[in-house]
Design a protein around this ligand. Structure first.
Ligand code: GDP
Length: 175
């Protein structure tokens, strides 16, 4: 049995659903009032990936430090994957994904010198008031070196597991 430890980050503006995503993924729940304590660093989920492989996923949330749109190198250190998240009803949170991706790529890379695999998540897709067009997301995703983008609803548990699976798959392929 091989056991992998994967550090995965989640970044994006405040209120887009990052803490809820981590909580949903790790505990399977969605609480409207749930808020991770500021300063808590990571949550862990153990995946029985295959007969021969276990994966311990460390999911790091920036927990309240979003206002900086810039994190310390220590936060990024050793990451094997990253989620950049925005809220589909908030176009500013989409525009800021540019800075989040840039900050990530400026401060860290894989041991082989390539950028950290990164997935773009368009969260709160259950809400009807989308402020961002799917074609703009597609364009942005391609232009900025994301693996892919997906619409998610942490509330309705849509694409949460799928997005993480995609990222874990990619990270493992680089091991
Ligand atoms: P963070 O600041 O990025 O960590 O965002 P939170 O996880 O604290 O979520 C901000 C707010 O958005 C909370 O009120 C959540 O209940 C709500 N929220 C999170 N995900 C969704 C979603 O998929 N759909 C809807 N409608 N609300 C969501």
């Amino acid at each position: 049995m091989t056991e992998y430890l994967l550090k995965i980050l989640i970044v994006g503006d405040g209120n887009v659903g990052k803490s809820s995503f981590v909580h949903r993924y790790v505990s399977g729940q969605f609480n409207k009032t749930y808020k991770m304590t500021v300063g808590v660093d990571f949550s862990v989920k153990l995946l029985h990936w295959s007969d021969k492989e276990k994966v311990r996923v460390q999911l790091w949330d920036i927990a309240g430090q979003e206002r900086f749109i810039s994190m310390t190198r220590l936060y990024y250190k050793g990451a094997m994957g990253c989620i950049v998240m925005f809220d589909v009803t908030n176009s500013t949170s989409f525009q800021n994904c540019h800075y989040w991706k840039q900050d990530l790529d400026n401060k860290t890379m894989l041991p082989n010198g390539r950028p950290i695999p990164c997935i773009l998540l368009a969260n709160k897709c259950d809400l009807s008031q989308w402020a961002v067009k799917a074609e703009s997301i597609e364009k942005f995703c391609k232009a900025n070196g994301f693996l892919t983008w997906m619409e998610t609803s942490v509330k309705d548990n849509k694409n949460v597991g799928e997005a993480m699976r995609r990222l874990v798959e990619e990270a493992l392929s680089l091991e």
